[in-house]
Write a protein that binds this ligand. Structure first.
Ligand code: TNX
Length: 520
């Protein structure tokens, strides 16, 4: 008896020693906290005795309707683990199970994630929810899971416990301006992969501006042949054929992201006006433009051909866009009188509806009393716009992109090598520390569609540049869009953000090492 007791206490002492040894290992990232995730989950109940460790025999269990997410997960985990991780329809032993079926509390984008010593189960009502759960699982693993080659000495531990998680807002967007500088389909796909890990579910593509027209319109071929032939600085530009665009839409869908295409109008249209003389009031096509001024171009509001043209453009674009929104710009129409702007939008909004879509527009569109299905995107910097507040009061949902917080094309500080600063310098804390429910006077939580981080491309030309401006700020905007306001806290956020550094290194993401964060 005595002997037994002392054995037990010896065992206890050994355990203590082991735990002490385990501590530094966890600091190195072999074992993480359940909440060490961006965006932070709604609810997490850790169970430290239920950690799960992936091993060479682990299988991914998913039935047919979850297969796509399972294949994606396998694709994420195989390169660094070197494990086979086959996707099977049933299996025991060590498993990661994706389970599509009625799941309480989490709605149509959320998920439950339960981890015990035998494995991980992600449950959701939809494949979007499963995909979101997969992004969480990914971050619960050590950063080296993101490596592209086998990491022999890693311990692939997932912390035990349960997460119940769902988004605050349905719309969590990123925008990429492919008009000022063109980005190839592969460049856009890389950005899609990067934003998907933060549960971004919309990618708004700014497809036309003064400097370039980037989407093939078959009935108006000179838009791309001529209008797509240059960009800011005079480079060669480029455009997407409709097949390439459809492929991008499908690729985004495989990352559970909906593409929202934008044709900006009636301003920001020099590339189109330069391609077709008849679209100009004076019938004279202006030269192509490769500078960075705004507000000098306008479609001719009085000509019938303008609306014949836009009917064709919107018809062709709607036909290759499965998402329900088309963005029609409407910003900075300084070369259009307010009366003409009203007339113009009064004719174009019905064309969008005629082709079965809802419109999105920059907040100027709120002034034309658009249908309540139209989503004005607030981009101002002073937190007030009477027309936006009035639209919200009429029932329009507002998308939040206040430029001094959400514009990830702005410089971080005066020394930033890339970016503009008309909205001010936007450091990492600035982009995180705001609340969409109080960002605009007269627009409250239930009137907000969500958030979006626009990345204008006057100063950027490749993925390296994209990454430098988007990371870390995009992660903060993503968290604001997903996590409840009650979890909002810069001090704990900056610690979780620090943990993203090694992940971004492993992924090869060229992020800005802000001095506001103690990077690991
Ligand atoms: C303003 S914001 C613009 C864009 C520029 C951007 C640069 C908005 C709706 N229009 O045309 O690219 O600033 O930050």
């Amino acid at each position: 008896m005595r002997r037994r007791v002392s054995l037990a206490s010896l065992f206890g002492a050994a355990l203590l020693v082991l735990t002490a040894f385990a501590q530094p290992a966890s600091a190195e990232g072999t074992s993480k906290q359940l909440t060490d995730v961006i965006p932070i989950p709604v609810d997490a109940k850790p169970n430290p005795r239920a950690d799960f460790r992936l091993d060479p025999a682990t299988v991914i269990v998913a039935d047919r309707n979850a297969r796509q997410v399972a294949d994606y997960l396998g694709g994420l985990l195989r390169p660094s683990t070197g494990y086979r991780l086959p996707v099977v329809s049933r299996g025991g032993g060590s498993t990661i199970e994706l389970d599509l079926g009625p799941t309480a509390k989490v709605g149509d984008q959320g998920y439950r994630l339960d981890t015990d010593r035998h494995g991980v189960t992600i449950r959701a009502n939809t494949t979007d929810g499963l995909f979101a759960g997969v992004q969480t699982l990914r971050q619960l693993l050590p950063a080296s899971i993101e490596a592209k080659s086998v990491q022999r000495h890693a311990r692939w531990v997932v912390p035990g416990g349960s997460i119940t998680d769902y988004p605050r807002f349905g719309y969590r967007g990123a925008m990429l301006d492919v008009a000022r500088h063109f980005f190839t389909p592969d460049q856009v796909k890389l950005y899609i992969d990067q934003i998907a890990q933060y549960k971004i579910n919309r990618l708004h593509l700014h497809l036309a501006d003064d400097q370039g027209w980037r989407i093939q319109i078959k009935s108006w071929p000179n838009l791309t042949a001529h209008g797509g032939s240059t960009e800011v600085g005079g480079g060669a530009g480029g455009y997407y054929t409709q097949d390439q665009y459809k492929d991008l839409v499908a690729y985004a869908a495989s990352r559970h992201i909906t593409i929202i295409p934008e044709i900006d109008m009636p301003g920001h249209t020099n590339a189109a006006l330069s391609s077709y003389a008849e679209l100009n009031c004076d019938g004279v096509a202006p030269p192509l433009y490769t500078g960075t001024d705004v507000g000098f171009s306008s479609f001719c509001v009085d000509k019938d051909i303008t609306y014949k043209f836009l009917d064709d453009v919107i018809r062709e674009l709607a036909a290759i866009t499965p998402g329900k929104y088309l963005h029609i710009g409407g910003d900075e129409a300084h070369a259009t009188t307010p009366a003409d702007y009203q007339t113009f939008m009064g004719k174009v909004l019905p064309i969008v509806a005629k082709y079965g879509k809802f419109a999105e527009g920059w907040n100027e569109i709120a002034s034309v009393n658009p249908p309540v299905t139209t989503v004005p995107q607030f981009w101002d910097t002073d937190g007030q716009d009477a027309a936006t507040a009035a639209a919200a009061a009429r029932g329009n949902k507002i998308l939040m992109s206040p430029a001094n917080k959400a514009y990830i094309d702005q410089q971080y500080n005066p020394d930033s090598p890339l970016g503009l600063h008309w909205a001010g310098y936007v450091e990492v804390q600035d982009s995180y520390d705001w609340d969409p429910a109080t960002a605009v006077q007269g627009v409250s939580e239930n009137q907000v569609a969500g958030v979006e981080a626009p990345l204008w491309s006057e100063t950027i030309t490749d993925n390296h540049d994209i990454e430098y401006l988007a990371f870390p700020r995009l992660a903060g905007i993503a968290e604001i869009g997903w996590s409840p306001q009650s979890t909002h806290d810069w001090n704990t956020y900056r610690e979780r953000l620090a943990d993203q550094g090694p992940r971004w290194d492993a992924e090869g993401i060229n992020f800005y090492r802000s001095p506001q964060v103690d990077w690991k």
